[in-house]
Structures are given as C-alpha cells and as structure tokens.
Design a protein around this ligand. Structure first.
Ligand code: PMP
Length: 402
C-alpha cells in the first residue's frame, strides 16, 4: 500500500548560533582576492616570507623512519613535550616566566578562545572587550551565549579607570584584551595602564585573557611587559599566543598559558573539542623551533614589514579626506582609520573595489553601536611600491565621493 509522503522540517540550529552573524570580514576577503586587487583588507602574513625550506626539512624529520610511529599517532591532550618546552622558553625570554607544564597547545590561538569560553562562560554572563575588538573573539563569546560589553578606549587602548563602574554594573567573568598591536586598531596599551589593569582585575575579581599574536612584530620602540607578568594579574591571566604571525598560520599551532586553577578544566574542554592538536604539525613545529632561529626569522619579518608600515602611514595624509585620523602603530599588521563625520566606509569600499583596491570597513569590529566612518588597513601583504599604487587608487576612490 502506498502512503502519501509526509515531510516534517528537521529541528532548527541551536539558539546560541542564531544571533552570531557570519564574519563580514571573511566575506569581504573573498571579494578582495580577485587577481589585480591591491588588498589592505586581510590580516595575512606575507607568504614570500614563509620559511618553506625550513618547514620542509622539519616535516621530513618528523616523518623520518625513527619518528613516524610517534608523530603520526594519537598523542596527549596537553601537547608535544618538546614544543611545550620551546614555547615556555620563548614566553620566559619575552618577560613572562613560564614552565612547560603551564602550556596547553591549541589548534591556533582561536581554539584557545573557544576553550576559555567553554570553561568560564554561562549563557547570559558578561564579557568585557575593547571597543572595537577582534571579530572572531566576539563571535566566540557570542556563541557561548555571553553578553559582550565594550570598555571605553582612547588612543592608548582601554581605560582601566572605567572598569570599576562597568564591573559593578555588569558583573563580568572576564576581560578580553589584545594589549600589543591590537587587531583591528594597532594600538598598544602603555605600561602604566597595564599595571592599573592588573590591579583592577585583582581588586574586582576578574579573569583577564591576554591575547598576543602580534607582540613579536615590533618595528620601533621597546617591548612592554605582558599584563600577565604584572602584580595582581599573575594568577588570574590566561595568556594566549600563536605561531601564526611569526612562522605560518597554516600550521594552526597556538597555545595558552593556564593559571593553575583553570588547568584541569581547560584540558577537559580540549579533550572534548579535538583530543589534541595535530601530532605531526606539533612535531614539525618543535623541530623547526629547535633547528631554526626564530629570533633571526622574526628580525627578517620586521625588516620587511617595518618599511611597509612606514609606506602606508606616511602615504595616508595624501590619500584620505581632510579631517581623517589614523593610528601609527609601532608593530603588528594594522592601521585604524576614522574618516571625517558623514563618511561611510562601506560606501567608500564600493568605489575602492571598482578601482581594484580593498580594505575592511570598521563596523563589524564593534561589539556595540558601530562607528561607520572607521576602517582597517593591513600593510603586511604588499610591497612598498604596491602600497604606494594601492594608496593612489584609494585616493581616486576618495576623490570620486566628494
Ligand atoms: N587573536 C587575534 C587578535 C587575532 O588577530 C588572530 C588571528 N587573526 C587570532 C587570535 C587567531 O590566530 P590563530 O588561530 O591563527 O592563532
């Protein structure tokens, strides 16, 4: 007997995803990857500076007869011991005394954010962030059902004075900050503010998440102590970093340095997420760090990126409409522009794309009401002469809108 076919819609996606928009930045990046476009849009390291030779040798060693039984096998959740030791030495050398067993290797530092959200956040909890802030961190906190609350910022980054009132009102569990060469603004939090932030977090009972993917890419000035190393923040900061910007992002090797109180919970969350980060990739990274000179490699990156930063910053007065403001970062990858009142970066992007030059409008980076006159420019992926050509095209787009 034939039954009429009955069709019932399958259940919808979970509520936690309904309010999380797909990243407009990733969608804009797709538009900007057309051949011929000079793109200030991505936050990508320059591929010509990847150490393919060193990485080829590192993978060959990791796959050698005496190694592959271990490097192609399942492994521990915490990560490759040689890699954890190398990361701990590096963090210690950069001013944050660290033992290997404090390090949890993650699949990119992006995964560290997901693990932190899983371990600390209940739906409805408040998270404090800089305004504007790294977009994929906002997505991650929103997906955990958190309320993302912006902390007022000025040219030096977040204002620690504003924290007491916010904490009293919102009762947040954590504050997420990118204090060095911030994404998207390029700003760096000065030492006095770091110290004030560390003390405020201790006084107010907050976790701090200190995300530092860019700190080693410094082109001028002296390094500043990590927040995690300062009085008050020591046992309440989860410090994150990654090989993505100093070696290659495709390896997907990041890490977090766990306060003792969170170590077990983070390891359990990592087990549930992916058991462990790719064993072969960790082994290759450990081999590279052991046999190649990361300091020399980073110095090479800085020697290439510094002049690109200068070309962009020095070309902006001629490019942007009168009354524009922009940051002058000492490192990292980004310059943040605020166009004069009445300008809309989305509209300018359309004219820019028609002239084969691209950038990212700033509005997606705002957790609260956005400033639509803002945009982010990245200077790492083009040569100095391409940057000059790109700024000329951007100038033409600006002139066309007046
Ligand atoms: N944090 C910040 C501030 C970033 O800009 C990025 C990458 N753009 C990440 C974390 C994630 O980097 P990865 O997962 O490659 O380590």
């Amino acid at each position: 007997m034939n039954h009429p076919q009955i069709s019932t819609a399958p259940p919808p996606v979970a509520a936690r995803l309904r309010d999380v928009a797909s990243s407009p930045v990733r969608e804009i990046l797709a538009l900007t990857q057309r051949p011929g476009v000079i793109s200030f849009a991505g936050g990508l390291p320059a591929p010509e500076l990847f150490d393919a030779v060193g990485l080829r040798a590192a993978f060959a060693a990791a796959l050698a007869d005496e190694s592959y039984g271990r490097t192609l096998q399942y492994s521990t959740t915490e990560g490759d011991p040689a890699l954890r030791a190398a990361i701990a030495r590096r963090m210690t050398a950069r001013g944050l005394a660290t033992e290997a067993d404090e390090i949890l290797v993650t699949s990119g530092s992006q995964q560290a954010l997901t693990l932190i959200a899983a371990v600390l956040l209940e739906p409805g909890d408040a998270v404090l962030v800089e305004e504007p802030s790294y977009l994929a961190a906002l997505q991650c906190f929103q997906m955990a059902g958190a309320r993302v609350v912006p902390v007022p910022c000025d040219d030096d980054g977040l204002d620690p004075e504003a924290l007491s009132a916010l904490v009293r009102r919102e009762r947040p569990k954590l504050l997420y900050t990118v204090p060095t060469f911030h994404n998207p603004t390029g700003r760096t939090l000065p030492l006095e503010r770091r110290a004030a932030l560390a003390q405020a977090a201790a006084r107010l009972g907050l976790w701090i998440v200190e995300d530092d993917p860019y700190g080693e890419l410094r082109y001028r000035g002296e390094p500043i102590a990590p927040v995690a190393s300062l009085e008050g923040a020591q046992d309440r900061t989860i410090a994150l970093s990654t090989l993505s910007k100093v070696l290659v992002p495709g390896l997907r090797i990041g890490w977090l340095r766990t306060p003792v109180a969170l170590h077990r919970a983070l390891v359990v969350a990592k087990q549930a997420a992916d058991l462990h980060t790719s064993t072969i990739d960790q082994a290759a990274a450990a081999h590279w760090l052991q046999h190649c000179d990361l300091d020399a490699h980073v110095a090479g990156l800085c020697a290439a990126y510094g002049p690109r930063r200068d070309a962009l910053v020095e070309g902006l007065p001629e490019t942007l409409p009168d009354g524009s403001r922009w940051t002058r970062p000492d490192g990292g990858m980004f310059v943040w522009v605020t166009l004069p009142d009445g300008w809309d970066a989305d509209a300018l992007l359309q004219d820019a794309l028609a002239r084969e030059v691209a950038f990212v409008p700033g509005w997606p980076f705002f957790p609260g009401p956005p400033d639509r006159a803002t945009l982010r420019l990245s200077f790492t992926t083009h040569t100095v002469s391409e940057i000059a050509e790109g700024l000329g095209r951007l100038r033409a787009a600006v002139v066309s809108r007046r």
